[in-house]
Design a protein around this ligand. Structure first.
Ligand code: G3P
Ligand code: CA
Length: 311
């Protein structure tokens, strides 16, 4: 009886002492709802319409990926080429799967890249997508469009979770070296968006190590898909980032606790089923990256445990 009471009191105290992740425009953010590639389940991925769609579901962070063109422009794109699943070439023809990698963005100028359309083919994995013709956009266009929308609507300042897509095998073929890529991203964002509103994420630990050394003020998220475990990944990284962002199936209640004990936030990807969102919330994750930001509002997670307007 005495123990139960003590547990209850400590639970109440810990609930009360829990702080929001951040507060913006008088709104407390308790759970970081991230729109994956915008709202990939609902609109073409990594496109301005997709990011605006995500904002219509009150995401707190927009997740996006970057590639680089031959003339050094940052393009918002998951692949450094054109996917046969949802892109048409500059003549409006479909792209064959086995030739997709030949359309190498790093070997093309942005003028060439912009002639492809990656918004009007139905991606078979996402039948609910509303199609809209969209070239692969520049990062500067996306940031400009989003900031303009926020200003016009008075919505709270959303955050940006920006992924640098690189890997050792792709160096100088599909993208510049991790240092050059990182410097380009830093220079493009610096002065455009407050760094408080940005995290840089990567599976490529070389990128994270470089940022940690050169730009220590920038929040970093380690992307993890491997099954090496928390300790091995942190050892390989050589420092503790702010965020541990792993494939959601690598998590359980105990792992979430261990990540927290190491002082990191846990923000898993890519969580599309409502039951999985609820389970992860119950385990205490700090955010959820999803293709369907609409679905979290249909879940049993109390809305004011995601975003709470300050009275
Ligand atoms: O934010 C993490 C997630 O985007 C990683 O997976 O392949 O969709 O970039 P991917
Ligand atoms: Ca990504």
């Amino acid at each position: 009886m005495r123990l139960t009471l003590l547990l209850l009191i400590s639970f109440i105290v810990s609930c009360e002492s829990k702080k929001p992740l951040w507060t913006v425009n008088e709104t407390k953010i308790w759970l970081d709802l991230q729109g994956h590639r915008g709202a990939r389940g609902l609109a073409p991925e990594n496109s301005l319409p997709g990011f605006l769609k995500a904002l219509s579901y009150n995401v707190t962070t927009l997740e996006m990926d970057l590639a680089v063109t031959k003339d050094g422009q940052l393009v918002v794109s998951h692949e450094p080429w054109f996917s046969h699943l949802f892109c048409k070439d500059s003549f409006g023809n479909p792209i064959a799967e086995d030739s997709a990698r030949d359309f190498n963005i790093y070997q093309m100028t942005y003028a060439e890249v912009s002639r492809f359309d990656c918004g009007s083919i139905q991606n078979p994995r996402f039948p609910e997508q509303e199609l809209v013709s969209s070239p692969k956009p520049l990062l500067t266009e996306i940031v400009g469009g989003i900031e303009q929308y926020l200003e016009k609507t008075g919505k709270f300042a959303v955050r940006y979770n920006i992924e640098i897509k690189s890997q050792p095998e792709g160096d100088d073929i599909f993208h510049p070296s991790p240092n050059e890529f990182s410097d380009l991203v830093y220079k493009t964002i610096d002065g455009r968006i407050d760094w408080n509103r940005v995290s840089i994420q990567s599976f490529d630990f070389r990128v994270l190590q470089y940022f940690n050394e050169k730009y220590p003020e920038v929040k970093l998220a380690a992307l993890v898909e491997n099954q090496n475990g928390l300790d091995a990944n942190l050892e390989a990284l050589g420092f503790t980032p702010e965020i541990y962002s792993c494939y959601y199936k690598l998590l359980d209640r105990e792992t979430v606790k261990q990540i927290h004990e190491k002082g990191m936030l846990v923000i898993p990807w890519t969580v599309n089923e409502i039951a999985e969102m609820e389970q992860l919330y119950d385990w205490g994750v700090d955010g959820i990256i999803t293709d369907y930001p609409d679905r979290i509002w249909q879940s049993q997670i109390p809305p004011n445990k995601i975003i709470e307007p300050v009275p």
